[in-house]
Write a protein that binds this ligand. Sequence first.
Ligand SMILES: *[C@@H]1O[C@H](CO)[C@@H](O)[C@H](O)[C@H]1NC(C)=O
Ligand SMILES: *[C@@H]1O[C@H](CO)[C@@H](O)[C@H](O)[C@H]1NC(C)=O
Ligand SMILES: *[C@@H]1O[C@H](CO)[C@@H](O)[C@H](O)[C@H]1NC(C)=O
Ligand SMILES: *[C@@H]1O[C@H](CO)[C@@H](O)[C@H](O)[C@H]1NC(C)=O
Length: 308
Amino acid sequence: MANSSLPPSLLLILLFAFFSNAFNLPSAMDCNSSDRAALLKIKEQLGNPPELSSWLPATNCCAWDNTVICFETGRVYLVALFRLNVTAPIPSAYGDLPMLKTIQLDTMPGLYGPIPSSFAKVSQLELLDITGTQVSGPIPDFLVKTNLSALTITNSKLTGPIPQYLSSLSNLRYIDLSSNMLRQIPEDYAYGDIDTIDLSHNQLTGDPSFLFGIAKPMTKIDLSWNELTLDMTKIWFPHHLTYLDLSHNHIKGGVSKFLKDIKLGHFNVSYNDLCGEIPTERFMIYYGADSYVHNKCLSGKDGNGKRE
Ligand SMILES: *[C@@H]1O[C@H](CO)[C@@H](O)[C@H](O)[C@H]1NC(C)=O
Ligand SMILES: *[C@@H]1O[C@H](CO)[C@@H](O)[C@H](O)[C@H]1NC(C)=O
Ligand SMILES: *[C@@H]1O[C@H](CO)[C@@H](O)[C@H](O)[C@H]1NC(C)=O
Ligand SMILES: *[C@@H]1O[C@H](CO)[C@@H](O)[C@H](O)[C@H]1NC(C)=O
C-alpha cells in the first residue's frame, strides 16, 4: 500500500545520498552555477522554509541538505525534499534543472496545486515521487516528455482518469497512484512492461480485466478500495504475480480457478460480490478465510466467506 513501499531504485539512490552526504563525497566538486540558481529559486518558491537553511548562495549546492545530489560534473540529478512545513504550490523552478533524474516531495501536507507544466522540460526525469501532499488536478499529459521508470503520487488529491499515455512510456516499470481521487483506468490499456501497479484507495470504476493476462510481467497488482466491477471466474492472472489485492470492490463471479498455479505472498478478494466454491487445489491451500471475508455466497473455507 501507499506509503510503505518506495521503488527499490529510489531506495538505493536515497541510501547513496545518505552515505555520500555522511562522508561528504559530492562536496569535492562545485555545483553548476545555473543549477544553484534554480535551486535557490525552488527554495524561494517554497517560501524559504527553515529546513532549507543550508541552501545559501555562496555555497556548494552539491552538499545541500534534505537532499541535493550532483553528478561529478557538478550538475544536479536528484532533489529529494522531506517533511517541509510549507504552504506553497509545487515550485515551477524544477524545470530549470535539465539534468534532473529524481524529484521527490515527501510528507508536505501544505504543498498544493497541480504538477507544473515546467516539469515537461525535465526530459531525463526517471523517478517522480510525490507523497503525502495536497497536490491536485489530473496526471498531466506533459509527463509523456520525460523518461519515467517509476511514478509515485500517493496520499494526495489527484483527480481525473489515469492517462492513456503511461503505457507508451517504454521505461516505466512502477506505478503507485494509491490514495487519490482518480476515477478511471483507460480501457485498452496495455501496461507494457509494468512490474508493479498500485491504484488502491481511489474512486476507479469500470472493468479492469484487460489488466490481467497470463503473459503480463506484473508481480504486484493492488486495486483494493475502489468501485471496480469484474467477473473473476475466467480471469487468467500473470504468472509472476506475488501480490494480488482486489478487496473492497464489486468483483463478481467465482474465485478464478486459474489462481491455483500462482504462488501469492499476499492474496485478498474480501468485501466483494463473489459466489460459489473456493478452489482448493495447489497454492490455494495457503490462503485463509480472511482472504475471502464478506462476499456474496462463497462456500468452503469454513463458510467464513459468507456475507454477515
Ligand atoms: C552550467 O550549466 C549551464 C547551463 O546548462 C552550462 O551552459 C554551463 O556550461 C555549465 N557550467 C559548467 C561549469 O559545467
Ligand atoms: C509550521 O509553520 C507555521 C508558520 O509558518 C507555524 O505556525 C507552525 O507552528 C509550524 N508547524 C510545525 C509543525 O512546525
Ligand atoms: C531513460 O531511462 C533509462 C533507465 O530507465 C536509461 O537507461 C536511459 O538511458 C534513459 N534515456 C535517456 C534518453 O535519458
Ligand atoms: C483482507 O482485507 C480485509 C478487509 O480490508 C481484512 O479484514 C483481511 O484481514 C485481509 N486479509 C488478508 C489475508 O490480507
